[in-house]
Design a protein around this ligand. Sequence first.
Ligand code: ZN
Ligand code: MN
Length: 481
Amino acid sequence: MMNKTVIGLEIHAQLITETKAFCSCRADVFDLEPNTAICPVCTGQPGTLPVLNKRVVEFAIMAGLAMNCTINKRSVFDRKNYFYPDLPKGYQITQYFFPIAENGFLYLENGDEKRKIGIRRIHIEEDAGKMIHQGTDSITGSSGSYVDLNRCGVPLIEIVTEPDLRSPAEARIFMELLRDTVRALGVCSGDMEKGALRCDANISMVDDSGRSSNRVEVKNINSFKFVEKALEFEQERISRILSSGGDVAKETRSWSFSSKETFSMRSKEEENDYRYFPEPDLPELIVSEDLIERIAGNLPELPWEKIERFMKQYSLPRYDATVLSSDGEIASYFEEVAQTTRRPKESSNWIMGEVMRLMNEKELTVEEVRVSPEHFKELFGLIDEGKISNKIAKEIFPFIVEGRKSPLEIVKEKGLEQIDDDKVIEDALRKAMTDNPSAVEQFRDGKEGVLGYFVGAVMKATRGKANPSKVNEIARRMLKG
Ligand code: ZN
Ligand code: MN
């Protein structure tokens, strides 16, 4: 039996505006002390009124255009009513009936497959605050809970896809594409670990006979890896229930980071439980054709456009182009290095290899591991001229980063220049031959394998600096006698 998997995503992206959606509190609250970026508006005091942040509208339009949506010239804010301590107003301002953007799509590339994934809608809304539960990570079993309202009113866009994704891996790839897109636009940091990009996933499965399971919603997914893991877990679970003839409960489940499984949170509430109605404190949002056109004309280069350009301009394989363009800073660093060295493929290898490895291992930024393009040029030159081997080049790379010194300086300082001098190699070989005359005999009797022993001895004597191909050549000549 082959079940078909159907996945749709609801993604919340935190907008990197200066101020919140409806007041002038600062919007970047990630590292702040609790309750230090709040005001009467975002804490829902009586008598206050929201005022819409223009940047939020512009960012939402940018995202809508990048995702090929229709931008609605008229959209409307609504109240989504529910009670929770982190929502002092008792409702969230969102756009339910008339969102700012709808009917878009993004192309998803998975291996050789390229498919359109529908974007049903993008709407503007505000974030809620945060609860901190003492001792545990849930309210049950905690001795006390605190509320931090800093995040109240932080602007979000919610992006809702059509149920067009067919596997957990596709869902992860889609999230990565979305991250790259909002980053390229400069509207969101795309950082899932910090909660700047959050994903709820709806999954259902259809069996051979066309019978569809109920839809299960998975919440609390806080990394790209876990998008895939949580959905794989659900796919397994739903398959198992379907094949045993059971009914899949329509519910909301939460992904547990510690146990790597999902667990039931609640049976899924219906949309009409929220008693949506138009927000009386905000006028309808009317955007002009002019504004839309101006924003459309100023969109930055989008990830898929950059990938195509890198492949064409620098003759890179798609894989390289995709990795390099997933981060704007890495992409522009690569371009600088490639243009200075005129060696795009080597530049790509070094940046995807040594540079990104250092960044990951030591949690450094591009700026911190930045080897100047001129130093890269010098490094490639040293390798070309046979002054150092590729291996030595990789070994000294961290020192170039650390000391901001030129590769040549470091090679000299550390005495790492490759030994090309025939005489030095011959001397070392002569010594090895005197030390082990029986091995010389063996070679002359036709045991070619002992060549390796002599090459090794010379490399050891020169502390790995002798040019290996030269050592091979000379050893062969001298051993023949
Ligand atoms: Zn405020
Ligand atoms: Mn939402």
